[in-house]
Design a binder for this molecule. Structure first.
Ligand code: NAD
Length: 375
């Protein structure tokens, strides 16, 4: 099997799908690796580092492999460069990017979405949603600290005592838990809210307070461990109750998401109005519509003297470790596709291979992607 690593073309995408450590591990399994020149540049991986690890760096490498390993979804031009029956591995946004799935099916590409890998124990080492969300949560906490015109930790100085800042994390999934841990390390007093009551213990174990809203809402965890979408009425009650809590915060990091849907609206304008002047909201859900009513994706807006940061693709702001972790996820998935002597072997009886597959034999085979493609 030949695996190729293109340079990412999406503006602002600094990550690369395979780093030299993964090159060495895959070569040891009999896989040949070809890398497009400059593919790792933005992640501070030089062409010579790939060559030293055993890869071939050539100009036409990008989409020439039996398997193409990417980070961002491919553009139409990139799909046109792939040969029929080639295999693509990457973030494909299967639940929302119906056009990408349609184009991949028409091109005859067998594609696997990192987002669609089942979240079972055996697949933990391939869980790119988690590895990248960890980075998002960490960076979001740093952004609050950086942007806030106040200290995060409590300080006792000769010039007086500074009270610690209060940070609220909305959504305590992978990103939220990392945001809690990082904000705590920086000295903030942290509280967190989620609709899944299973996270209460996790929030508390990180030294944060679990916010209970008195709105008569039962646990909203679905069978897959994700949050279910709330009804309009439940959401309304939640937003109003949260506005009171948010009003007392210096910083809010919002990460609430429901797979394949627009992000739930949790922070209404009235909540922003209630915050102290100078406070900061970092909205990690900006790309899917935002958890805050005033969020603008990719922009920082100031409203009611509160800074609202509609951050997108935070993992790309820390490409070295983002690529290192992502490459390990990809390497483990590709290993599952590798047979004797490095041959490509796709076992569609395997839950991971089957679950992650989006297109195959000219068809979209993933239920969520089918729905997205039908619009
Ligand atoms: P996500 O990005 O889909 O959502 C982020 C968080 O937002 C979730 O905790 C969700 O409950 C919360 N949320 C949704 N709607 C909300 C609302 N209206 N108000 C407040 N919060 C809301 O989730 P994720 O971080 O990708 O993962 C979520 C779940 O998956 C967790 O249970 C996690 O433990 C589990 N998980 C399992 C594995 C595994 O077993 N291998 C790996 C990673 C994550």
């Amino acid at each position: 099997m030949k695996l190729s690593v293109p340079k990412e073309s999406t503006p602002g995408e600094t990550r690369v799908a395979i780093v030299p450590d993964a090159v060495k591990k895959l070569i040891a399994k009999g896989v040949d690796i070809v890398v497009e020149p400059g593919a790792g540049e933005a992640s501070h991986v030089s062409d010579s580092a790939y060559e030293d690890a055993g890869a071939t760096v050539t100009a036409d490498a990008g989409f020439s492999g039996d398997v193409v390993a990417k980070v961002a979804p491919p553009t139409a031009d990139e799909i046109a460069k792939m040969s029929k029956d080639s295999v693509l591995v990457g973030f494909l946004q299967p639940l929302t990017a119906g056009d990408t799935a349609t184009a991949l099916a028409s091109a005859g590409v067998t594609s696997f979405a990192m987002e669609a890998i089942p979240r079972i124990t055996r697949a933990q080492s391939m869980d790119a949603l988690s590895s990248q969300a960890t980075i998002g949560g960490y960076r979001a906490a740093l952004m609050v600290a950086e942007e806030l015109p106040r200290f995060l930790p409590m300080l006792t100085t000769a010039a007086g005592t500074i009270k610690p800042a209060k940070v609220l994390v909305l959504g305590a999934g992978v990103a939220g838990l990392q945001a809690i841990a990082t904000s705590r390390r920086l000295g903030a007093v942290v509280s967190a809210f989620d609709v899944r009551s299973a996270v209460e213990e996790q929030i508390q174990s990180l030294g944060a307070k679990f916010v209970k809203l008195d709105i008569g809402l039962e646990d909203a965890e679905d069978a897959g461990g994700y949050a279910r979408a709330l009804t309009d009425e439940e959401q309304q009650r939640q937003r109003e109750a949260l506005a009171q809590v948010i009003g007392g915060m210096d910083g809010v990091i919002s990460t609430a998401a429901v797979p394949g849907r627009k992000a739930p609206l949790l922070i209404i304008e009235d909540a922003v109005r209630k915050m102290k002047p100078g406070s900061v909201i970092v909205d990690l859900a900006a790309e899917t519509g935002g958890n805050c009513e005033l969020t603008k994706a990719g922009e920082t807006v100031i409203a009611h003297d509160v800074t609202i940061m509609g951050v997108t693709n935070l993992p790309a702001t820390m490409p070295d470790h983002a690529s290192q972790l992502y490459a390990r996820n990809v390497e483990n998935l590709v290993t599952l596709m590798t047979g004797e002597g490095g041959a490509l072997e796709l076992n569609f009886e395997d839950d991971i291979i089957k679950g992650a597959c989006i297109t195959r034999d000219g068809e979209i085979v993933h239920e969520g992607a089918k729905k997205a493609a039908e619009g």
